[in-house]
Design a protein around this ligand. Structure first.
Ligand SMILES: [Zn+2]
Length: 286
């Protein structure tokens, strides 16, 4: 653990500086990353009934609620990802937006859940006022943490964002994409407002799922959630259309293979061809 932390503290910022230099990987981004590493939820007290759940003072009732949902969420991830967790994941539960922001590696209280350095961080908004999203967001974030636990930060960054988010949305029954319906997502695909299917991720874009054409006259959150919903539909299609292929792909990903290799091992096809098949699938309405 200590070696991994040292690696994160030293190498990641240096790598970001070396590769970045652009607008995305700015000095504030590195400051937020270091702030997150400095404020990992491990340092907070853990529930006596569940040592995985750590909470800020005042959030004990919220933490109890998370602990009650955790076993079911873990089982769901392990069933769909096809493997147990590499190690128990720490979940940080926050009472204040400020404490959540300094711990989540983004320096922002806008997202409701963030997985950072293998830890799941949950916003106070999920206790109130968005408590109906708690189960979905917890499961979504555990999907990210599960993969990070097996393959580490570098290999995780190299997986395409659309796949990581689509998998997390799919496995959580729509967590993170609640505000855009499947019908809206399909209609957008048919208008050409569809996600870009990259074969790999990079340090230049750590989080965004890009759209070929962004919808106009929409609030700023809308393209983000639209992209998540589309990615979730595509990953759901991948699993539903060929379960054994999906399982082979997941196994290869969790073994640390590149995404392109894992798709090839699973489907004996490439992902852009699978995306075309999804676009004309029976689910796709014109
Ligand atoms: Zn996510």
């Amino acid at each position: 653990m200590r070696r991994r932390l040292i690696w994160l503290v030293l190498i990641v910022p240096l790598t970001l500086l070396g590769i970045g230099g652009g607008a995305v990987l700015s000095i504030p981004a590195i400051r937020h990353l270091i702030s997150g590493l400095w404020n990992l939820p491990d340092q907070l007290p853990a529930l006596s009934g569940n040592s995985q759940v750590h909470y800020q003072a005042g959030a004990e009732e919220y933490a109890d609620k998370v602990a009650a949902l955790l076993p079911g969420a873990i089982l769901q991830i392990e069933a769909v990802h096809g493997r147990r967790f590499a190690h128990p994941v720490t979940v940080g539960v926050y009472e204040t937006a400020d404490a959540f922001a300094v711990a989540n590696g983004l320096g922002s209280a806008v997202p409701v859940g963030v997985t950072f350095a293998g830890r799941v961080n949950l916003s106070p908004k999920l206790f109130w006022p968005q408590r109906q999203r708690l189960r979905g967001i917890l499961t979504h974030e555990l999907s990210h943490a599960h993969i990070q636990g097996w393959i580490g930060a570098m290999a995780y960054v190299r997986l395409p964002n659309w796949f990581k988010e689509g998998l997390a949305v799919m496995v959580s029954g729509g967590g993170g994409a609640e505000a855009v319906t499947k019908e809206e997502a399909w209609a957008a695909i048919h208008r050409g407002e569809k996600i870009v299917i990259d074969e790999a991720g990079s340090f230049r874009n750590l989080t965004e799922v890009r759209l070929e054409i962004a919808p106009s006259d929409r609030p700023s959150w809308y393209p983000v959630v639209l992209a998540y919903r589309q990615a979730g539909l595509f990953v759901d299609y991948l699993r539903e259309s060929d379960g054994p292929a999906f399982d082979r792909m997941m196994n290869a990903i969790l073994d640390g293979r590149t995404f392109a290799e894992a798709v090839s091992v699973g489907y004996r096809d490439d992902v852009r061809s699978l995306w075309q098949k999804f676009n004309v699938s029976s689910n796709g309405r014109t």
